[in-house]
Write a protein that binds this ligand. Sequence first.
Ligand SMILES: Nc1ncnc2c1ncn2[C@@H]1O[C@H](COP(=O)(O)OP(=O)(O)O)[C@@H](O)[C@H]1O
Ligand SMILES: [Mg+2]
Length: 232
Amino acid sequence: MSLVHLADVHKEYRLGATSVHAVRGVSLEIREGELVSIVGPSGCGKTTILNMIGCIDRPTRGTVRFDGQDVGHLSDSQAAQMRLRSIGFVFQSFNLVPVLSVRENIALPMVLAGASKRERRETTDHLMDAVGLTEFAAHKPGELSGGQRQRVAIARALVNSPRLVIADEPTANLDSETGGDVLDVMRRLNRDEGVTFIFSTHDEKILRYAGRIVKLRDGVVEGVDGEQPECT
Ligand SMILES: Nc1ncnc2c1ncn2[C@@H]1O[C@H](COP(=O)(O)OP(=O)(O)O)[C@@H](O)[C@H]1O
Ligand SMILES: [Mg+2]
């Protein structure tokens, strides 16, 4: 079964008398274990699509299914539970808490989910190792480079063992080499731990990191590169 399924999804933003038709009939399927990239220029609708998949926003028309469930009609609290339990987010601007250490930042969603102290320690140990930040456990975000901060954000996105990690332009604030390193971390976690990733970018140079590439332009899918894996 597909993990994410979009069927003829539209999103219209109303701004007073005018409206912006940001997404215009997108259909898309993502299977568990995939690493998919949504690529296109600024304003083409990448964030809008990721927000609908991530239960942050709802489609105006069409259906968005997550794990078989129509998430376009969840209540606000159901959507919040879905985000906390099933989806990890990585943002362009990292969004770390400056006064917390690397370990505490990574553990934060586990605190919200009510995990025990021992579970938190085991999971953060494992994830800091997986993203190469063990020696920075006690550092604050301000003491880290951009690439290291984004690796903290990736680890934080994974702590509650989400079904899907959504990364919206995770490399936009990084130089291309550091951005490549961050995508390498995602690719390794995808390959070794089976984490399903969907990330967006406007940078065509980093396309080689994705298993499948969805090209978006003006709110429609212009083309898809790469095979969708067979259903197993
Ligand atoms: N909250 C909003 N209200 C009104 N228009 C919006 C809003 N969010 C995005 N848009 C518009 O929708 C279009 C797609 O935006 P977005 O999904 O952010 O694109 P991208 O992430 O690819 O840069 C753009 O024209 C943008 O201006
Ligand atoms: Mg965007």
